[in-house]
Design a protein around this ligand. Structure first.
Ligand code: OXD
Ligand code: MN
Length: 608
């Protein structure tokens, strides 16, 4: 008797009509074979999907060039298909599930003709974790099959784990003919199903990642009482060897990966990596908040990665623990057969071809590597991997950091007065956009908890869910806002960022352990400058003050924009969040000083 999984695969094959079906076992030997297939047989246009790179300089590394129109997430073609529009909320594109399925069925009819259908069984989370989920994705391209092996725990054993159940997470993916007009990423949360056609780009095609582990999982979390978040997880070790675990949300391409692998500029401090993109939170039996990273790979933006910005990532990219490592849409040095991108150390190589394969000269007004060119590498290659990474329980979280890219207004670091204020702080976060999704770059958009493109249901209900989780926690993590991107009057970044961000992390750890007091402001608690360790960097006192400046007049348009954003969620927006908004507005309007603001603040999580 066929299992529900076998039946499901058979039905999809009937629709997509692949030439053959291949069940992956996730082994290294298989990955070698799939790379071979990608170098010899599978092509996009005339280009084989994989090209071997210089194995001496970049062991186990292969290059992939995407279809030229398929370079980033396509949010306008991404739909969350709840039976009713209100559940999807104003933050999602919505289509009725019946209509979406009809559309996808038509587009998928025969879409795998002449190709192989790969069946990928994988776990999101450690197989022994009570929080993990068993999943199966179908795809018609070896690039996706190999990428999924790097990013997830792909293994034959998952098939046994699924057994006769039919509630496994389902993903049907085909690159179709790469036609952007026939490209859709459809989510069916009630069925734990993602159906994606027309794109091979990571965020659209590796369905365990954004599609399942954020959009569908966030909705599962709402139903089951947990949170799926767009966050890194890291451990900060102090000179005494104590490790404090924190998570951080930042919109795409704002330095999240660099933070997760930070090389500390402060002697005695060390950062241990547990995740660079996604965190699943559960309230543990002890009433604390515990986090796991459901992934095992890093899918990061290449441009800007260097020994200055992220030395540990370069070590991971040259690591040999896990086969293989992929580079997508970088430039290529044709003399040495090495990948290259803007920002990489050293001279610009003389003979380069750009990400589309065209010859490229230094000084040309286009970029050699696509701004959203990526690497896909195993987290096990990371020299900073935490020894807790494979702990099925995850790690207990002491602080949650929420960030964005803001050239004005937002201080370097602020501590929320309490959980509720922290939810407001996350809800009002804005960020200037980057190249990770197709839209205008550098425009301010509200991106609560960096989840705007990834929350699989109405964000008003999402804020409510955060408040509810907080009320179940015995000792909720403290919540912080950070902004590494504030500029001075000449438009230059004030804060040096990267490894120096440890100074902010140290302050956060000191606050978590009640070692330092903080200054009360309308926005939250900020550091007394004496408590920020600034040894070894030179920033004048004036400039430093600018990093923490709160100018009520400048805040007026910001408040209006926040009000407008919150207003979209109508009755779904919790009144607690509006109360926080009013409190901020009042305190800014009244030009409240440090002292007078004391009467407004929540005092339960107050001083040191
Ligand atoms: C990513 C993203 O790829 O957030 O991680 O876009
Ligand atoms: Mn991300």
């Amino acid at each position: 008797m066929a299992t529900p999984l076998e039946k499901w695969v058979e039905e999809q094959a009937k629709l997509c009509k692949p030439e053959k079906i291949y069940w992956c076992d996730g082994s290294e030997e298989e990955a070698h074979r799939l790379i071979e297939v990608g170098m010899k047989e599978e092509k996009i246009g005339d280009t084989p999907i994989f090209q071997e790179l210089n194995q001496k300089a970049w062991p186990n590394a292969y290059f992939h060039r995407s279809h030229p129109t398929d370079v980033a997430r396509t949010e306008h073609l991404t739909f969350v298909c709840h039976p009713d529009k209100e559940t999807a909320g104003p933050n999602n594109n919505w289509m009725h599930p019946d209509e979406a399925k009809e559309k996808m069925r038509k587009l998928s009819e025969g879409c795998m003709k002449g190709r192989t259908m790969y069946v990928l069984p994988y776990m999101m989370g450690h197989p022994d974790s009570p929080y993990s989920k068993a999943c199966v994705q179908l795809t018609d391209v070896a690039y996706v099959a190999v990428s999924m092996r790097i990013m997830t725990r792909m293994a034959k054993k998952v098939i046994e784990k699924i057994g006769n159940r039919d509630d496994f997470v389902k993903g049907l993916h085909s690159v179709g003919d790469f036609d952007p007009n026939k490209r859709f990423i459809m989510h069916f949360p009630d069925e734990h199903l993602v159906w994606s056609i027309g794109s091979g780009y990571g965020g659209n095609a590796l369905l365990g990642k954004k599609c399942f582990s954020l959009r569908i999982a966030s909705y599962l979390g709402l139903q089951e009482g947990w949170l799926a978040e767009h966050m890194v997880i890291l451990g900060i070790e102090d000179p005494k060897g104590n490790v404090t675990y924190v998570t951080a949300a930042m919109p795409s391409a704002c330095g999240k990966t660099n933070l997760a692998m930070l090389e500390s500029a402060l002697p005695g401090y060390k950062v241990w990596t547990l995740g660079d993109d996604i965190a699943w939170f559960n309230v543990g039996p002890d009433g604390r908040l515990w986090a796991i990273n459901p992934e095992i790979g890093l899918f990061g933006v290449a441009p800007g990665t260097s020994t200055k910005t992220n030395p540990n990532m370069l070590k991971a990219l040259k690591g040999t623990k896990f086969y293989p490592t992929l580079f997508t849409n970088t430039a290529l040095n044709t003399d040495t057969n090495e990948p290259w991108w803007e920002g990489l150390d050293g001279e610009v190589p003389r003979n380069l071809i750009d990400w589309q394969g065209k010859s490229w000269q230094n000084g040309q007004d286009t970029k050699a590597a696509h701004p959203n060119s990526r690497f896909t590498v195993s987290i096990y290659n990371s020299p900073t991997l935490s020894k807790e990474f494979d702990n099925p329980k995850g790690v207990p979280i002491s602080a949650i950091i929420l960030g964005g890219r803001r050239t004005q207004l937002i201080p370097l670091v602020t501590e929320a007065f309490n959980w509720q204020h922290g939810v407001f702080l996350g809800a009002r976060t804005g960020s200037e956009t980057t190249a990770a999704a197709i839209h205008q770059v550098g425009v301010l958009r509200r991106d609560p908890m960096a989840m705007l493109p990834f929350c699989g249901y109405n964000m008003g209900d999402y804020f409510r869910h955060w408040l509810n989780i907080g009320s179940r926690l015995k000792d909720p993590p403290k919540i912080y806002s950070v902004n590494w991107f504030r500029v001075d009057d000449d438009g230059k970044f004030i804060w040096p960022g990267f490894g120096e961000n440890i100074r902010v992390l140290k302050w956060i750890v000191d606050r978590v352990h009640n070692k330092v007091d903080a200054k009360n402001t309308p926005l939250g608690y900020i550091p007394y400058l004496k408590d920020l360790n600034l040894q070894g960097i030179s920033i004048s006192k004036n400039t430093l003050e600018k990093l923490f400046e709160i100018n009520p007049a400048q805040w007026q348009p910001e408040l209006a924009d926040i009000e407008k954003f919150f207003g979209q969620f109508g009755n779904n927006m919790p009144k607690e969040v509006w109360e926080q908004y009013k409190m901020l507005k009042n305190s800014l309007d009244n030009g409240t000083t440090d002292e007078s603001f004391d009467s407004l603040r929540y005092t339960d999580r107050g001083g040191a």
